[in-house]
Ligand binder design. Sequence first.
Ligand code: ADP
Ligand code: MG
Length: 667
Amino acid sequence: MAETTHQFRAETCKLLNILTHSLYTNHEIFLRELLSNASDALEKVRFLQSTGGDVRDPDLPLEISIGIDKDNHVITVADTGIGMTEQEMIDNLGTIARSGSEQFLKTREAEKAASGEKSSENAESEEDGEEKSFSEEEPIVEHDDSKPDDAAQIIGRFGIGFYSVFMVAKKVEVTSVSAAGDGSPHVWTSDGIGSFTLRTLEGAEAEGIRRGTCVKIFLRDDAHEYEEKFRLEGVIRKHSNFLPFAIQLEGTRINTTAALWREPRFSITKEQYNEFYKFLTYDQKEPLDVIHFSVDAPVQFNCLLYIPGSAVDVFDEHRDEWGPDLYVRRVLIDKHNKELLPNYFAFMKGVVDTEDLPLNVSRETLQENVVLRKISQTITRQLLTHFERMAKNDPDKYEAMWKLHGKYIKFGFDSFQYRDRVAPLLRYYSTVQEDKLSSLDDYISRMKPDQKEIWYVAASSMEAAKVNPHLGQFRRKGVEVLYLTDPVDEFALEAIMEYQKHPFKSVELAEVGALDAFPDVENAEPKPEPLSEEEKPELDALVSAVKTILGDQVKDVRVTTKPIDGAACLVSPDGVSSSMEKLMRVMQKSDGIPQKILELNPDHALVRSLMHICRNGAEDDTFKDMVNALFDATLLLDGYMNEPFAMAERSMRLLRQAAGWYSDLRK
Ligand code: ADP
Ligand code: MG
């Protein structure tokens, strides 16, 4: 049969050279490209059929079959798609930067325009490849599920995908029967170097060849791994699992899950959503929530995200395993893409699929990519809205969500743009509600008349927060205090600075008299007798005795100026809250115990007793042990442990004495 030889265009040769040697380091993606082409071709048939057009062999199932011939080191990728005529093979497989898919879409557009039908596809990104800069508040045009968009699914803008087959092939034979042509099969053959040949099959040779395309790959000697079934299976699962057509590998269907995210919401059952979630995350629990939407403008994309039902750990062990999987037209481009979500949504799992990126976009160019940035902006706003609604309409669910993932959302304080929307999403326990989370709005609604500050106490745990000595006067006045138990909490509030014009403030930093204007609560403990005139010098004596005993373990010793719970507390000399100070010390890598000011509470029975011991001049070893023990306990409340063995020994000594006195007393 007559065979014609055609030269590749110069730029095609150049490209082939680049492609096989450098562009893709990851050779296995050749299969992704072929499968994606097959899928596009099948999509076109589906489109034609769905619009009532005639296609050859209409009863053929729409699927892809992969065959292996180990003896000859050949693999075949066959589809029952739209196929190509001879001329189309010359045009599509012989020329670079010419995409049949794009041609197809343009034709469709022209047809629609001619028939007066309104275009429903996003015209914006279609015209040219130029990237536009978008204004931040551009309206999001949500996709309308009721409009058919088959054509939009077959956009293919860059025509080099097919050539990637030459990364693994020394020769390629493409046999194709067009769904629209005269039905005769044509074979395109090339070694990918300078030329290709075309041949028409006739008679016995043409027998039994039906609609579609079969790509026969003669593997290079260094690519024999691809004749292994498990290898192909792995590549398919990794890159093409969600192609919407069955991929049969030697008779076994490999891809199981359809591209769920591309289906209209109403057609997907809860079970399907959950199944896909499990597939994606290996999480055995059901997701807490599903967020699924499509957007047509300013950028076209489909987004299917899950709020996991289990806590996720992406800040420690699984540092790189966050971010949705990025698909371009159902083909996986990047697993765990971190450009698509801000880090405070790092716990979300799912998929984003866009029409507006070329399939062969490189990972490097994904960073700082305008399209991705725009998608990320849109998703961020949608997620914020979703969480706002959930907080309002289903507070219990929101609370459950916060307990699992709140530690991530907090980091939204860092977002200059959305800080104001993140603040209302924050939740804390407080002195008023110790078992139920409160929002900042809840706190404000419970504020005392004329209360300005939103008070908080930062500590390493709820237990530590509850016994913080500085809470004393707040309890007495019934002023609510938020418990901040995560190191980032205080950072976050300091960054946000205020909420509804109420500044955040640590209870440790309350000024003298800050709460005087508020009346005591009804059941407040009675205030102890004020110090008598003769007791006042005793207090001074105690202060200087303690100073001598503790030496340079403390910066200073003085009498508290504000009411506190307990006998003593530590304050920072420079007005930094203790948890902030701890963070700073961690960052400066300084260990050891900071020198602070010890404040004694003269209203506390222990301090009064110590005063009286001082009066009697009994500053002996037992007194020293008592002062040291008081200091130990105060340090512990502040989150530091000083010489545990000395501490245990001291407390044993004191106990022994106390027990002795007590038993004497009871004789
Ligand atoms: P793209 O897919 O971006 O258009 P490719 O280099 O992957 O670029 O493919 C070039 C063109 O070859 C396609 O646009 C399509 O017209 C044609 N083509 C490739 N594979 C097939 C196939 N299996 N069936 C029909 N046409 C195909
Ligand atoms: Mg392609």
